[in-house]
Design a protein around this ligand. Structure first.
Ligand SMILES: NC(=O)c1ccc[n+]([C@@H]2O[C@H](COP(=O)([O-])OP(=O)(O)OC[C@H]3O[C@@H](n4cnc5c(N)ncnc54)[C@H](OP(=O)(O)O)[C@@H]3O)[C@@H](O)[C@H]2O)c1
Length: 271
């Protein structure tokens, strides 16, 4: 990506800040090429002090000097933001939205005809640059623009392109997924405590077990079942634990959780 590119954040909250941090640490944009507009003066002052980025006094000013515009506001304020943005941009500018549940059709309808628009579903581990983001492109997005958008989200973790029809499933899987994983980690910590382990030790061991297992699986490229077989010795401790998890239907519960969250995302989208 050209070092002269400029990016402007409309909304400098949690996710906006995570992206700013990621872009700077991946050297994708120089801090002076990153602009932010947020109604909270204290928030803007903090972001400028922390990252050395620049402030824009409003959406028209931001749109005036940024080739890429990243919408990082809550879905409830999106319509009014798009209304202001519509009057300030040309179809040469790439617009990227991370607002949950706002479809490409709405973004495209509210912006000038032929504006390239990308819709993204990131997840909370982006806050520690370990996010999983899915991106869908609108009708006017070129391959180069899509690659730019993917690069931006790779700065905060992994990023994949999906057709928009998968966005509800992505929401149910990786969007809501961190909460499922946290529930499992919490249960493992409590189970350690039940067995008499001091809580701080149970926490350290459980958290590292999740992080280490994910890293090992990712690095190996193996099927999870193959890796599980490799670490489950005949008549050993692990197979005893696995038998209980299967009897209690953990696998089926995870299927149903992702399905229920996907359906809820579909419902919210219709609403
Ligand atoms: N956090 C996540 O893990 C996550 C995951 C997936 C998707 N998302 C999506 O990411 C978006 C941002 O989420 P977030 O967690 O970063 O929210 P957030 O922390 O509330 O940040 C939103 C920021 O936008 C500001 N804002 C409000 N109206 C504005 C306007 N008209 N112009 C410019 N800025 C304005 C808010 O200021 P005030 O607080 O003063 O109103 C706030 O600082 C949401 O649409 C959400 O659906 C977030």
């Amino acid at each position: 990506m050209s070092k002269d590119r400029t990016i402007g954040f409309i909304g400098g909250g949690n996710m906006g800040e995570a992206l700013i941090r990621g872009l700077i640490s991946a050297s994708l944009f120089r801090p002076e090429k990153i602009f932010v507009h947020d109604p909270s003066a204290a928030r803007v002052e903090y972001l400028l002090g922390e990252y050395g980025i620049k402030a824009s006094r409003g959406i028209p000013e931001l749109a005036g000097h940024c080739g890429i515009i990243l919408l990082a506001v809550k879905p409830q304020v999106m319509l009014s933001v798009l209304g202001e943005l519509r009057r300030a941009i040309t179809e040469k500018q790439l617009v990227i939205s991370i607002a949950a549940g706002i479809p490409l059709s709405m973004l495209e309808r509210e912006l000038p005809k032929a504006t390239p628009v990308v819709r993204v579903m990131p997840n909370t581990p982006a806050l520690v640059l370990m996010g999983a983001s899915a991106l869908s492109r609108g009708g006017s997005v070129s391959d180069d623009q899509m690659e730019t958008a993917l690069e931006i989200f790779r700065a905060v973790g992994k990023a994949v392109e999906v057709e928009e029809k998968w966005m509800d499933t992505v929401t149910g899987l990786s969007g809501s997924g961190p909460a499922y994983v946290l529930l499992m980690i919490e249960a493992m910590i409590d189970a350690g405590v039940l067995m008499g382990l001091p809580r701080h030790l149970a926490r350290e061991l459980a958290v590292q077990t999740f992080a280490g297992t994910s890293a090992m699986l990712d690095k190996s490229g193996k099927h999870p079942a193959e890796m599980k077989d490799m670490i489950t010795s005949p008549g050993g401790t692990t197979i005893r634990g696995l038998k209980i998890l299967e009897e209690k239907g953990v696998r089926g519960a995870i299927f149903e959780a992702v399905e229920a969250a996907t359906r809820r995302s579909e419902e919210l989208g219709k609403g």
